[in-house]
Ligand binder design. Structure first.
Ligand SMILES: *[C@@H]1O[C@H](CO)[C@@H](O)[C@H](O)[C@H]1NC(C)=O
Ligand SMILES: *[C@@H]1O[C@H](CO)[C@@H](O)[C@H](O)[C@H]1NC(C)=O
Ligand SMILES: *[C@@H]1O[C@H](CO)[C@@H](O)[C@H](O)[C@H]1NC(C)=O
Ligand SMILES: *[C@@H]1O[C@H](CO)[C@@H](O)[C@H](O)[C@H]1NC(C)=O
Ligand SMILES: *[C@@H]1O[C@H](CO)[C@@H](O)[C@H](O)[C@H]1NC(C)=O
Length: 476
C-alpha cells in the first residue's frame, strides 16, 4: 500500500469517526420530539399511488449536523402485524445508485413505477408482506441524499458509506423508537455486496456497547460483489461459457490478466481482450443475457466498454456499474423529478426541484475507497452466528453465478446439505447448497436484479430467509 493511499485511508478514518462519536448520545435525546418527526414524514398524498392499508414514511435523517449531511429514506410498514415483524434495511449498489429507484420501485417495494412515469402500480409480491422495509439512498450524492459541505464528497468510499449508514440507523430509531429493539436484517444487491457486510461489521463491533445495541440477526445478498479477483475471474469464465466471447479471447485473458495482482490492468493484451468482452456485451443486456435489450434513447445508457476504459487507466481495479437499467431510468427519472412527487415524499417544499438521478456517475467514477474482498467480514459474521444467505440470478453476466461460487468456495466452509434443486410452485426455482454458516441459492433464469425477474420466487425465498427454514426440496 503506497503512502498516499495510507494517508487517504487515515483521513477517511478520521472523517468516519464522527458519526460514531455522535451515536453515544443519540439515545439520550428526547423521544417525544422524535415521534412527532416520524408523523411529519408520513406520506399521505403520493401522486398516482394505489390505495393501501399500511402506512409509509419518507424524508431526511441528518447524519451530520455540522456539515449538513442528510440521507433520504423511504420506509414501508409491513402489510400486516407490523409491530411483530422484523425490520429489514435494503441497499442498492453502483456505487452511486439509488435504493429508491431500484429496490423500492423496481424490485421489492409495494409501489412500482409505471411505464410512463405518471403513476405507481401495486406490487403484490412486495417484501413488506413479510417485514417492515426500509430503503436508504446512500451515500450522500445518491438520489435525494445530499450534503451542504461539498468537501464531504471527496471522501466517498466504502468506509464513509458504512459509517454514515450506521449513524443514520441510530438517528432513524429516534424517529421510530418502537423499532429500536426490533429483530433486524440487512439486505442488498450488486455493489451492496460490499456495503451490507461492511455495515453489519460496524453494528457487530459497536454492539459491544449495550447502549448502541442493534438486534442484527443476519444479512441477505443478491448477485453481490464480494472479492474483486474472484468476481473478475467469474465474469470472464461466464462470458466464455455462455458463448459471449471466443475461445481465443478467453485464452488471451486467462494468459495475460492476473486478477490477483495489485495491478491487473497494466497489461495491454489483458486490457484489449477484456475490452473485447465488453464490446460483445454491449450488444445485449449484460445484466440479463436472454431478455430483450431496452431500446430507449436514454442518453445515460450504460456503455460498459467506455466505463471500463475510463477506469483501466488508473491503477485501481475498475468497477462496473451494478444494477443498471436504462429503460427504468427513463420513467423513474420522470416520476422522481416531479414537484408534486418530491413534495409528497418530503424532499422539497413544492416550489424548488431537487435533481434526482437513478445512478450518480460522478460518484461511480470518483469512488476511491473500496475493499478488495469482504470475505474476511463473512468469516467474522459467521463466527458471530449471524445468518448469511447469498443468492444469484444465473443469467446475470455482471456479477455472474460463477463469481459468487468462486468467492464462496474460497471460504472452504463445510457442507451441511449438498447441492439440490429448490422448488417453487412445483417448478425448480434454482439450486441450493447449505454450508455451516452460510446458505447459497441460485435463481434459474433470473438476471442481476433477481426480484424484478422472479417476484413470486423471490418473496418465497425472502420468507424462508427470515424464518431460517430451508427452501422446499420437494416438488410440492
Ligand atoms: C442545508 O442547507 C439548507 C439551506 O441553508 C438548509 O435548509 C438545510 O436544512 C441544510 N441541511 C442540513 C442537513 O443541515
Ligand atoms: C452526484 O454526486 C456529486 C458528488 O460526487 C454531487 O456533487 C452531485 O450533486 C450529485 N448529483 C446529483 C444529480 O445528485
Ligand atoms: C505490472 O505490475 C506487475 C505487478 O506489480 C509488475 O510485476 C509488472 O512489471 C507490471 N508490468 C508493466 C508492463 O508495468
Ligand atoms: C431515438 O432517437 C432517434 C434518432 O435521434 C429518433 O429518430 C427516434 O425517434 C428516437 N426514439 C425515441 C423513442 O425517442
Ligand atoms: C441533473 O444531474 C445530471 C447528472 O449530474 C445532469 O446531467 C443534469 O443536467 C441535471 N439536470 C438538471 C435539471 O439540473
Amino acid at each position: 500500500m503506497g503512502l498516499v493511499k495510507v494517508l487517504f485511508v487515515l483521513s477517511l478514518l478520521m472523517v468516519s469517526m464522527e458519526p460514531l462519536v455522535t451515536a453515544r448520545y443519540w439515545h439520550w435525546s428526547n423521544e417525544k420530539k422524535s415521534n412527532f418527526e416520524a408523523a411529519e414524514d408520513l406520506v399521505t398524498s403520493l401522486p398516482g399511488q394505489p390505495r393501501v392499508s399500511f402506512r409509509h414514511y419518507a424524508g431526511y435523517v441528518t447524519v451530520n449536523e455540522k456539515n449538513g449531511r442528510a440521507l433520504f429514506y423511504w420506509f414501508y410498514e409491513a402489510t400486516t402485524l407490523a409491530d411483530q415483524k422484523p425490520l429489514v434495511l435494503w441497499l442498492n449498489g453502483g456505487p452511486g445508485c439509488s435504493s429508491v429507484g431500484y429496490g423500492a420501485t423496481q424490485e421489492i417495494g409495494p409501489f412500482l413505477v409505471d411505464l410512463d412515469g405518471r403513476g405507481l402500480k401495486f406490487n403484490s409480491f412486495s417484501w413488506n408482506t413479510e417485514a417492515n422495509l426500509l430503503f436508504l439512498e446512500s451515500p450522500i450524492g445518491v438520489g435525494f441524499s445530499y450534503t451542504n459541505t461539498s468537501g464531504d464528497y471527496d471522501g466517498l468510499g466504502d468506509d464513509f458509506t458504512a459509517n454514515d449508514a450506521y449513524g443514520f440507523l441510530h438517528k432513524w430509531f429516534l424517529k421510530f423508537p418502537s423499532y429500536r429493539t426490533r429483530i433486524f436484517y440487512i439486505a442488498g444487491e450488486s455493489y451492496a455486496g460490499k456495503y451490507v457486510p461492511e455495515l453489519a461489521e460496524i453494528i457487530h463491533d459497536k454492539n459491544k456497547d449495550p447502549s448502541l445495541f442493534i438486534d442484527l440477526r443476519g444479512i441477505l445478498l443478491g448477485n453481490p460483489e464480494t472479492h474483486d479477483a474472484e468476481d473478475w475471474r467469474g465474469i470472464v469464465d461466464y462470458a466464455w461459457s455462455h458463448a459471449i466471447v471466443s475461445d481465443e479471447t478467453h485464452k488471451t485473458i486467462i494468459r495475460t490478466c492476473d486478477f490477483y495482482s495489485d495491478d491487473p490492468w497494466n497489461n495491454t493484451d489483458c486490457n484489449t481482450a477484456v475490452e473485447e468482452l465488453f464490446k460483445q456485451y454491449k450488444e445485449i443486456d449484460m445484466y440479463s443475457l436472454y431478455t430483450t435489450l431496452c431500446q430507449s434513447n436514454s442518453s445515460a445508457s450504460a456503455d460498459m466498454s467506455t466505463l471500463f476504459r475510463a477506469r483501466s487507466s488508473s491503477n485501481m481495479m475498475p468497477r462496473l456499474m451494478g444494477g443498471y437499467d436504462p429503460c427504468l431510468e427513463h420513467y423513474a427519472n420522470t416520476y422522481y423529478n416531479r414537484l408534486d412527487v418530491q413534495k409528497a415524499l418530503h424532499v422539497a417544499d413544492g416550489t424548488s426541484l431537487r435533481n434526482w438521478t437513478i445512478c450518480n456517475m460522478t460518484i461511480f467514477y470518483g469512488w476511491s475507497d473500496s475493499r478488495t474482498s469482504v470475505l474476511p467480514i463473512y468469516k467474522k459474521l459467521i463466527a458471530a452466528g449471524l445468518r448469511i444467505w447469498v443468492y444469484s440470478g444465473d443469467t446475470d453476466g455482471r456479477v455472474p453465478v460463477l463469481s459468487t461460487r468462486y468467492s464462496l468456495s474460497s471460504l472452504g466452509l463445510p457442507i451441511k446439505k449438498a447441492w439440490r434443486p429448490w422448488y417453487h410452485q412445483k417448478q425448480v426455482g434454482g439450486w441450493i447448497q447449505e454450508y455451516y454458516g452460510l446458505t447459497f441459492a441460485t435463481f434459474r433464469g433470473a438476471g442481476h436484479d433477481v426480484p424484478t425477474f422472479k417476484p413470486s420466487e423471490s418473496l418465497a425465498f425472502f420468507a424462508s430467509f427470515l424464518s431460517g427454514e430451508s427452501l422446499p426440496s420437494e416438488r410440492d
